[in-house]
Structure formats: C-alpha cells, structure tokens
Design a protein around this ligand. Sequence first.
Ligand SMILES: *Cc1c(COP(=O)(O)O)cnc(C)c1O
Length: 384
Amino acid sequence: MSEARDALVPAYARQPIEFVRGSGSTLWDVDGLEYLDLQTGLAVNSVGHAHPAVVKAITEQASQLIHVGNLFWTAPMAALAERLVSSSLGGRVHFANSGTEANEAAIKMARKAKRGGTIVSVHRGFHGRTYGSLSATPQEAKQAPFAPLVPGFVAVPPTVESLRSAIDADTAAVILEPIQGESGVYVLDDDVLRAAREACDEHGAALIFDEVQVGLGRTGRLWAYEHAGVVPDLITVAKALGGGLPIGAVVTNERFAEGFEPGDHGSTFAGGPVQAAAGLAVFDVVSDPDLLTRVRAKGDELRAALAELPGVASTRGRGFMLAAELDPSRTEPATDLVGRALREERLVLNATGPTTLRLLPALTITDAELDDALARLARLLDTK
Ligand SMILES: *Cc1c(COP(=O)(O)O)cnc(C)c1O
C-alpha cells in the first residue's frame, strides 16, 4: 500500500486516512470507522455523499452515453445550461471542467470583449491554479515559484476606494469572490461589490463573480450575489455543480451571451453528459426554496453556537460557509487541531490557516448531525 502511495507527486498534505464509502454527511474509512463530514470535499458534496438522485442520474446516463464531445449536442448539457441561466443572469453558459477553468474562460471572454485590458482582482482572493487564474490570485506563496505569471493583472485591497482607483478605461474585468473562501471565509462588504459594479459600468469592464465555492446554495441563496443585490456580468461556478464529478461553467448575461465564437475556446470533456446529468440532479436539490431557507436559518444558529465554543475568538461567514477564528493564545495550530479532530472525534474539518477553522457542511446535513458536530467540536476545543 505505502509503495503504491509513493507513486504520487507529493502535491498535497494528505491526512493518513483512506476513505471507502460515504452517505449523506457520513464517511467510512478502510477500517470501517465512521466520520462526520463538515468539509464536503471543500464545498463539493453539497447534497451529501451518494445522494440517491445524483447516483441515479450518473448511472442512468453512464449506461447510455458517457462522452461524445463538443462537436455534437447532448440533452443534459443544454438542460443544465438552461437551468443555470434562467436562475441567474439570463444570458448563456460556457462549460468547463473545474473552477480554475471556468475562471480562465471568463477572463478570456472579458479580454476578448475589451480587445485586451487589465484584469483586476483583490487581496486574499483565490481563483485557481492555472496560469490565468493564478495570475488573479495575489498570494506570494502560490505565485512566486511559478513566475513569470500572465501580464496585465493587478491586485488591490478589497475596499471601495482602491477598486474605484484601480478600475479605468483599460480594465477588461474585475474578478471577485463575494465571500473569499480559500483565504478564510471573508465576506466582502456590499459597498465594495457595489463600487466594483459602478466602476465596471463606467468603464465598460466585465464584473466577474467567482461563485465556484459560494454558489449553488452554500450561503442560503442559490447565488451569493443575491445577498448584496449586485448583479455581475459573468458568474463562474464549479465545486458543487457535479455532485463530485468535475464540471465548471461560466454563466453570462445578455451582453456576453456570444462571448465566444467557434474556435475561440474549448475543452474536450467540458459539459459531458454524465457530469451534466449529475448537475441537473444537484441543481434540483440546491435550488429548492425550503432547503435554502433552512440553510440560512441553520447557518445563523451554527455560527452563533460556534461563537460560544471554548477558544473561539470570532466567527465569519454566511449560511453553511463559516469560519471560526481561534483565540491566538491557543498554542495548537488549526492544522494540528484538524488532525486531532479526525483521530479523536472522527470529525472531518478544514483549516484555512494557523488560526482558522472552516466549516462547509452538506446543505442536507440533519439537525441531529449539526448538534453532534457541535458536541464533538466542543470536546475538541476544550481539551487544549
Ligand atoms: C476552489 C476554487 C477555485 C478553483 O477550483 P478548481 O476546481 O480547484 O480549479 C476557484 N475559485 C474559488 C473561489 C474556489 O474556491
């Protein structure tokens, strides 16, 4: 076993656990131990593991047609595109395979529309690991080893003033996460989103909201932009969309509905029928108004309960995308705490930094499971 594992490039700090099965918010490892999942593969398994509708959609579609490529039509792709645009910006959809690829497509669309121009992103932003998205991800540790990056990217603090002064006639696009996920669940102010919208309108730039993590119900609204009422030109979406299968998408408004022509951009696997069939099943679950109402209410309760836990200094986030900032006097780094959570409490959690725990439960997690999660967290935080 360990020899087989040696065959992988060590690109991840993996936990020493091998999972073999999941159902809802429960995971089982190879030794049969049961875990409670508050990480959901980083906001991917939003409808839980092995959701019956997703499993059915995948197995039925796989038995019919797995791949035919983008030189033909398939029904699931068109149906999913229709659901995505009619629930949001009313334009069209261009499919990709991942979050970073959705952002690459959005950036290319914006540059093409402006015939060049700069891409403005903000500090603490995360948009992916391929060169365009990485160039919009102003984090020294992620960028520096891979320099030189793509030219024409600028990063500014996420404030009204700095966005207003950074966006000008030469700006092709501004790309923002309404809630910054990977850097630790920082909710951008409504004023900041509004200032970006106004400046983009003034200078004919595209406003791109990267909803790869926040979209599809995670915050208790189908789309995170709904909270502020600031409507972008392009939305990128990925993580939860395929129920675990790789799929991403750029959703456009009318202005960008013909943002690409044949030959401009493409991807062999993008929008394949199995991924899209899974996407349709996921979309049915996460667009249910009752589910969204519950995520808002339970998210508020969970955040309030987190704030009461021993050693939690503050909390951030919305719906089921929450961070607990640990008391800086705690000596145990959050990354160690995550390891101990797995070993001692069989709780699957994520740390975004040395003092920050991130909770991304399934939108379908039950009340009893949430109570159980809080009890496990309380025990965990109490001991050290
Ligand atoms: C995860 C993430 C990405 C990158 O998605 P991949 O599928 O890993 O390429 C981009 N933007 C945001 C906001 C993300 O959370």
